[in-house]
Design a protein around this ligand. Sequence first.
Ligand code: F6P
Length: 360
Amino acid sequence: MQTRVAITTGGGDAPGLNAVIRAIVKTGINRFNMEFIGIEDGFEGLINTRRIVKLNRDSVRGILPKGGTILGTTNRGNPFEYEITSPDGEIRTADLSDRCMENFEALELEALIAIGGDGTMHIAQRFYEKGMPVIGVPKTIDNDLQATDVSFGFNTAVTVATEAIDRLHTTAESHRRTMVLEVMGRDAGWIALEAGIAGGADLILIPEIPYNLEDALRFIKRRYARGSNFSIAVVAEAAENQPFEGNVVQRRRKSDSPGTWFASMVQEQLNVEVRHMILGHLQRGGSPTCIDRMLGTRFGVRAAELVAEKKFGRMVALDGINVHDVPIGDAIGKQKFVNPDGQLVRTAESLGIYCGRPLS
Ligand code: F6P
């Protein structure tokens, strides 16, 4: 008898998702006599079971270098609080989790592997508590999950951001401009910090270290005074400056992104030419780096093994150089932030990069 397993991808996409899907399917077929179906668009596909596809060797052929997810994804559609719009436009939420449990039974499934971020893992845990045999695989380009040392997608995002910094360098230098690059990362500064160091930025502003605007401007001014005719600032999307005392003019409007606002401050206050860009979803799209392909593949193999071992309610994770597994319930809701006094920030500051604190 074959073991019938479902795979779903939820939340924002991350490069490496297809590597995970491919590794699960190949491992399950090669080693454990499993057969697979894909549930499309996260848990939405379990509410409406027409969104089901068969996954076999043919369906995962050639997907390793592909970004995104062949199964589709969404960051809406939590079956426990599903939003339903009535004909008169009123939105109410309904708990459709029982319907998902029934569909799971009807599909004669023996396990569900849910690949996703913290939101997906919360839902996976609730289904596990309702009796569904679930395995979790964490993903996020932000690298902000405490339970895993690294998540796949992060390296691709850092690589894309680093290349953007490289490209900004040559144009900044030619025009003697200050270039401000805003990168993703949600509430954490990992992408900004690693890409900033790898790309040789001059300033890196991250949410974990609220910066002092005067200090940052002084830093740029000093660079110009010392003959460096350009500066590159990398700003995390959640970077914040220290609050000003009563100075409303210099306060950031909510509608301004941190990078846009910082660029406008440099332009206004230093009277130098500034250009800024928001890198956005370029960081998430496209082919995964070899590091993300490797990590996704290792996570996928271990996820299939966990199904074979019937170790349900567990999530794969990287601990140092080893893939291991932890209870999903212990992993959810715990974010990992940059330590302002840690080695990475010290590395940046040792190189003379302004990270929000005055440099000696
Ligand atoms: O969590 C991944 C991420 O790309 C964040 O870095 C970013 O804040 C967010 O998702 C963007 O979400 P969306 O794709 O819904 O705009």
